[in-house]
Design a protein around this ligand. Sequence first.
Ligand code: ZN
Length: 146
Amino acid sequence: MEGIHEDNISCSGSIINKAHSSWLIVFLLSAMSYQLIKEEKVGFRVKKGDTAIVLSGKNKGKSGRVLSVLTSKERVIVEGLNIVKRHMKPNKKYKQGGIIEKEAPMHISNVMLLCPKCSKPTRMSSALLESGKKLRRCKKCSEFID
Ligand SMILES: [Zn+2]
């Protein structure tokens, strides 16, 4: 009787180990995809007030106005997109406190600039004018954008 009992224990033990290793694989894969995003070269400069279109995730294909650019974090906040719910303590702005919905920053590799001239998602090259003024230039329609 004792022998059977031990078998049962070792059997359930190996199931737990298998579950652990599959979680480890999931973790490693997600860590790798994050690294790829970080390494991607960003070929455009986003400015506040630009229109950006989302390339991946649940907001894929949606566009909105860029509210702010977090240069050091390489992230942008786009109006009405990537909404997260945040628990807030009551303060001056939110007297009631509770749950508020707020735009979360998105990595700039997940968004693309929407050209105001040709309305296409595009990358920008920077162009230096004779006057010394630096402008961005749409790679699709070659128009200059401030
Ligand atoms: Zn264009």
